[in-house]
Design a protein around this ligand. Sequence first.
Ligand SMILES: NC(=O)c1ccc[n+]([C@@H]2O[C@H](COP(=O)([O-])OP(=O)(O)OC[C@H]3O[C@@H](n4cnc5c(N)ncnc54)[C@H](O)[C@@H]3O)[C@@H](O)[C@H]2O)c1
Length: 408
Amino acid sequence: MAKLRLGIIGTGNRGIHCFAGAFVKSHADTVDIVAFADPNTPRAAKGAALLGIRPDIHADAEELAARRDVDAVVIASIDCLHEEHALAALRHGKHVYIEKPLATTVEGCLKIIEAARRAGKTLSMGFNLRHNAVIQRLHELAAAGTFGRIFSVQAVEHYHGGRTYHSRWNRLRACTGGLFIHKGSHDFDVIHYILGPAVRPTQVACFANVFTFRPENLPFETTPGVEPGPRCGTCPYRTRCPDVAISRSPLFDEETAAVDGYWPDQCMYLSEKDTHDQGIAIVQYDNGATAAHAEYFATPLTNRRYLVEGTHGRADADLHQSSILCMPRWSNDRIEHRIGPVQGGHGGSDPDIIRQFLASIRGGEQPRATAVDGLWSVAVGVAAERARQENRVVALTELFDTGSELAR
Ligand SMILES: NC(=O)c1ccc[n+]([C@@H]2O[C@H](COP(=O)([O-])OP(=O)(O)OC[C@H]3O[C@@H](n4cnc5c(N)ncnc54)[C@H](O)[C@@H]3O)[C@@H](O)[C@H]2O)c1
């Protein structure tokens, strides 16, 4: 069998450390990385050197997408460029793996869905949580009717590494559409995966703000005349700050910063941002079910929990504990499912989603998440961001042109 010829658009953390790294280490016998595209060409070159490969390097993603010797494209650029990059790849007839979120607007998602249909190529949506062993088991239990008809899902995320959302481009809505799209799209998708594809969101309310990562909350005393920040690597208080996180990645150094000024260690207290560090979105579904997603980024914990309530029982799934505790409604039984340990990034999700992307191109498997799944999680995220900004409940119908076949 001929090797799959692959191009990667966006050669930052995810593009290099997750995708290119996995293709080189685990799929070198079936996949050749032919080209990288990133306007920061020194970063792409450093990524290639780290992995010991020699792909052609393009500054322009369109050039990579147009290459005849590329069969499939992985899109790991920043969120606001996913639409442009996916449309280019599909226009040139490539199979696509696209990181979440599918796009940062509902219109963008709809264009990608249409382009994928026209291209007739595989589009794998990068919802790696669907490949997490705990989520997969929870989905199987729900689909088997274990909980009866599910009337509520609560998804709570604690992320100690939440500094990434206040130190990098993802602190700016212009780059992501907002954290309920950038980050929340994962959890809205898990909620939808558990509720099943026939259940669609109808209304969203949301409250969120920057509560902790504000200049007045710097976690150390400053000396008059000695300014803190602007980033950990240069901050005079870096030995005293309990939140210090200096980037050590060779992808982000003086040479790459000289191209685009991008350092991923902006002070999370002082950085300008229009995102939130804590908040909750509440969703109503067309079958009467409700859901809530809370995200906390100033926290000592890193975990995700999903509480599922149904007419026949409930579940408490804990990703950190790698367990699901099920309680049937009319008995005293407590059934614990212990899962793992699982090897690989994001609890084994990353290697499995890459394996399935390759299998879907070769025709053996369907992607576990499609562009339509990508659309619905973005739609809830867009509604949450709008609900938060306008301080009102947002109906999903507001986001869709009534002519769209996906509008209800
Ligand atoms: N599924 C997950 O668990 C997960 C985890 C982290 C990030 N992500 C997603 O992966 C994507 C990349 O995130 P990251 O953390 O690797 O970011 P990053 O900042 O490390 O890398 C982004 C790269 O995109 C490049 N880029 C900017 N403009 C470009 C353009 N016009 N063409 C091509 N490349 C361009 C940047 O130069 C940078 O190298 C994002 O969409 C993010 O939401 C997903």
